[in-house]
Design a protein around this ligand. Structure first.
Ligand SMILES: Cc1cc2nc3c(=O)[nH]c(=O)nc-3n(C[C@H](O)[C@H](O)[C@H](O)COP(=O)(O)O)c2cc1C
Length: 174
C-alpha cells in the first residue's frame, strides 16, 4: 500500500490534495502594525463553545503580529480571486505593505477586515498552540461572523501554483 512506509510524503500530499481544503486569508493587527496572508491550515475545532483554529507559519510576519494581537480575522476567498490570493500569499509584509492598495476597515482589536472578502469570521485569540512544528495554532473564539457573496471557495489545488512569500522555517525569536 503506497505510503505505509516509503513514499509516505508523496502519499500524504496526494491525500491532502484529495481533501482539497478551502483557502482563507488571515489578518492580524497589534496596534502599530497589520498584515495578512493566505492560509490553508485551518479548521473548526469545537462545537460548544465554538472554536476555530488557524495555523500560522513562524516565518511569517502575520504570525509575529498575531503573537501581539487580541483578535484574528479569517476571510473566505473564492476561486475567481486567485490574483488576490497571489498578492497575499506570494508576497510578505517584510518586503511590501500588502494592505496598502486594499480597502479595509478595523474590526475588533483593530484587526483588518478586507472589503474584497466580505465573508469572514473574527475571533478572539483564546490560546496559541505550539507543538514545536513550523506552524503555531491560534485558537479563536468567534465574536463576529459575516456570511456574504460567493461561495465557490479557492481550493488548495488551485493555489499551489503560488510560491509562498516566506519559505517555511522553524527559526524563531522566542
Ligand atoms: C497554497 C498556500 C497555502 C499556505 N498556507 C499557509 C498556512 O496555512 N499558514 C501560513 O502561515 N502561511 C501559509 N501560506 C504562506 C503565506 O501565505 C506566505 O508565506 C505569505 O507570503 C506570508 O506573508 P507575511 O510574511 O506577510 O505574513 C500558504 C501559501 C500558499 C501559497
Amino acid at each position: 500500500v503506497a505510503g505505509v512506509t516509503e513514499g509516505l510524503g508523496a502519499a500524504y500530499d496526494d491525500l491532502v490534495a484529495r481533501l482539497d481544503a478551502a483557502m482563507v486569508v488571515v489578518t492580524a493587527a497589534d496596534g502599530d502594525e497589520r498584515d495578512g496572508c493566505l492560509v490553508g491550515f485551518h479548521s473548526q475545532m469545537g462545537l460548544d463553545p465554538r472554536r476555530y483554529v488557524v495555523w500560522l507559519s513562524v516565518a511569517n510576519r502575520t504570525y509575529r503580529i498575531a503573537q501581539r494581537a487580541t483578535h484574528l480575522a479569517v476571510h473566505a476567498i473564492d476561486a475567481d480571486q486567485h490574483d488576490l490570493a497571489e498578492h497575499l500569499g506570494g508576497l510578505t509584509g517584510d518586503d511590501v505593505d500588502k494592505l496598502a492598495d486594499l480597502e479595509w476597515s478595523p474590526g475588533p482589536g483593530g484587526v483588518p477586515l478586507l472589503a474584497e472578502l466580505p465573508a469572514r469570521l473574527v475571533g478572539r485569540i483564546v490560546v496559541a498552540v505550539d507543538a514545536e512544528a513550523d506552524h503555531v495554532g491560534f485558537v479563536l473564539d468567534p465574536v463576529e461572523v459575516v456570511v456574504a457573496g460567493g461561495g465557490d471557495p479557492l481550493r488548495l489545488t488551485q493555489a499551489t501554483d503560488i510560491t509562498a512569500g516566506h519559505p517555511v522555517e522553524r527559526e524563531r525569536d522566542v
